[in-house]
Design a protein around this ligand. Structure first.
Ligand code: PAF
Length: 307
């Protein structure tokens, strides 16, 4: 339970947090407001530090922790945002059920060396009805685009807001959401936003399953079936890398194998150019095998490099 205080130190579950201090903190400072975030960022800038923003929707796992560590490795002060953004969920998606564990998230961030966590409520992020949307075309049109109408508008708009609020030097995103990463890189390039976007490698379980906040929806049987995703992507990458197979033949065989392994639906499984995300038939440029498939009520996405 979060105390309704704006300033001071209090307990959140078993965890002690500080709010609204204007001195640079040597431990995690929790800020709830845009003003508090800017003050915390300014306190580090005043002593010559750079800021690395890690935007998240919470329910943090080792993949998120690797982004915080990536920021630390580049010398940035890590600042994480936690906000389950309603505008990127469709009407039949899992916004209400999306896992939330604020106290657990704060503990993981503190242990990872994060120094600022921005955890606003909906009224702080969207105080008035939004009349502005950031829309990226091209890279949003294939893959998840047709299956999640409006999703990337919601992502691009909230990420723009977070970048404007925090003003970081760098922002860190996982390659697990490869299309999202390309959307954000494209947006930052097109709008000349003064921030460097850093893509970080996907963190996987030992059996290959990519870490995701949504993995906790999987039953035991679904968890077993889920590891076929990485296996099939690897098979496709091997087949198309040396030209043994065309991309369409390799992905069709892999999609059939996923359905046989227990997946309910393969929304797409394709080989795309790593920058434009256009489908390829033969691999000549840097390419990704990329997939979205449904297992029970869980939609899993993943991708790997072909090379
Ligand atoms: O990847 C996510 O968790 C979200 O899409 C993001 C980038 C935090 C925007 O809400």
């Amino acid at each position: 339970m979060i105390a309704k205080v704006r300033l001071g130190t209090f307990r959140c579950g078993a965890y002690r947090v500080t709010i609204g201090d204007s001195q640079p903190q040597d431990r995690l400072a929790v800020v709830r407001t845009v003003a508090g975030l800017r003050k915390a960022v300014a306190s580090f800038r005043a002593v010559g530090r750079t800021i690395g923003l890690v935007p998240t929707m919470g329910a943090l796992h080792e993949g998120h922790v690797s982004l915080v560590k990536g920021a630390l490795a580049r010398g940035d002060v890590p600042a994480t945002s936690i906000f389950v953004n309603p505008t990127q969920f469709g009407p039949n998606e899992d916004f209400a059920a999306y896992p939330r564990d604020e106290a657990g998230d704060f503990a993981k961030l503190e242990a990872a060396g994060c120094r600022i966590v921005f955890a606003p409520d909906k009224d702080e992020m969207y105080p008035v009805p939004m009349l502005t949307t950031v829309k990226v075309t091209g890279v949003t049109e294939g893959l998840c685009g047709p299956f999640r109408p409006g999703h990337f508008d919601g992502v691009a708009t909230v990420v723009t807001k977070l970048l404007m609020m925090a003003g970081p030097d760098r922002a860190y995103f996982g390659e697990k959401d490869f299309q999202q990463l390309q959307v954000i890189k494209t947006m930052v390039r097109d709008l000349a936003m003064p921030v460097e976007i850093v893509g970080m490698p996907t963190v996987r379980e030992p059996d290959g399953l990519a870490l995701s906040s949504r993995n906790r929806y999987l039953s035991t049987a679904e968890r077993t079936a889920a590891l076929h995703l990485h296996r099939q992507m690897t098979a496709v990458a091997g087949a198309v890398r040396d030209g043994r197979d065309s991309c369409s033949a390799a992905t069709a065989a892999a999609a059939r194998a996923l359905l046989e392994a227990g997946f309910d639906k393969v929304e797409y499984l394709t080989v795309v150019d790593a920058e434009s995300l256009r489908p390829l038939e033969r691999v000549a440029s840097p390419a990704r095998v990329i997939v979205a498939a449904r297992l029970g009520r869980t939609r899993l996405i993943d991708n790997i490099a072909v090379g």
